[in-house]
Design a protein around this ligand. Structure first.
Ligand code: ADP
Length: 255
């Protein structure tokens, strides 16, 4: 962030041709991993992430169990090939921080009280990155938790907003993140208008933050719809497949 000397806005358009309030294209697929209890593939422009959810399952060692609720373990990991230059494998300060804030972003919607002494494990693997991977990861994890059948109050939705060449813009790409003035990732429960994660790298005035939050909220409403649609699509297809297979079994039995 904040390296100088690159023009990021020209004739009211951004470096990738987007308008200030325009999201990158989003693609969501639910249930992409057969061994996970729930999973989701989430694409946000050039970002590609997969979330896998396991549990609730018994937590070991026992002394870290909570007698009243499930604990959530969230691991954000960047593949070595997900960045321009190979990233050293394994956890680092950045991934530990992202795992923590992402877990805290999701915890308010998960009904952990239903599963004492257990763990719900969320793995987010970044396959390709172009800024916004933590937000893509939270969106994917939220859908994967629902796919795993974990009781939730609602989904959590996430997007980044920021400041580039003096303009408030939505969903920064890597250039904008590197050379812009500020990057502010947000996660929220859209229908409650409740923010569950808010971070800031850079500087914005109070009015700019207000404007950025408005932009983030509108974008989260759109992403929330896409998350819901992806879940509905998966389960509608599943019901259809089951009905077809029942029909086929009935045919077999007749013969
Ligand atoms: P986010 O991906 O959530 O926006 P950051 O703002 O920390 O998180 O990172 C912005 C982008 O910088 C990442 O999406 C990635 O493309 C790049 N990046 C982050 N860490 C590394 C790294 N260790 N090596 C190369 N590029 C990285």
């Amino acid at each position: 962030m904040k390296k100088k000397g690159v023009q990021l806005i020209k004739d009211g358009r951004r470096i990738d041709g987007r308008a200030f309030d325009e999201l990158r294209p989003i693609r969501i697929e639910v249930g992409v991993l057969k061994r996970a209890d729930g999973s989701c593939y989430f694409e946000l422009g050039e970002n590609k992430v997969i979330a896998a959810v396991y549990g609730p399952r018994e937590l070991h060692p026992r002394h870290i169990q909570d007698a009243k609720r499930a604990i959530i373990q969230y691991r954000y990991n960047m593949a070595p090939f997900s960045v321009d230059e190979r990233k050293r494998p394994g956890p680092d300060r950045r991934s530990i921080e992202i795992s923590k804030v992402s877990r805290e972003a999701l915890e308010p919607v998960i009904m952990t009280e239903f599963y004492p002494r257990t763990t719900i494990d969320v793995f987010v693997e970044v396959l390709q990155s172009d800024a916004g991977t933590r937000t893509a990861g939270i969106n994917a994890a939220s859908v994967a938790l629902a796919d795993a059948g974990i009781p939730m109050r609602d989904l959590v939705t996430s997007v980044a907003v920021g400041k580039v060449d003096g303009e408030i813009v939505l969903d920064l790409n890597a250039y904008e993140d590197n050379y812009g003035e500020a990057d502010m990732p947000i996660a929220m429960i859209v229908r409650k208008n409740k923010i569950t994660m808010m971070q800031m790298d850079g500087k914005m005035t109070k009015d700019e933050i207000k404007k950025a939050l408005k932009l983030a909220k509108k974008a989260c409403e759109k992403i929330y719809q896409l998350q819901r649609e992806a879940l509905i699509a998966k389960y509608s297809e599943e019901i259809e497949r089951e009905e077809q297979s029942d029909e086929q079994s009935a045919q077999w039995l007749k013969v």
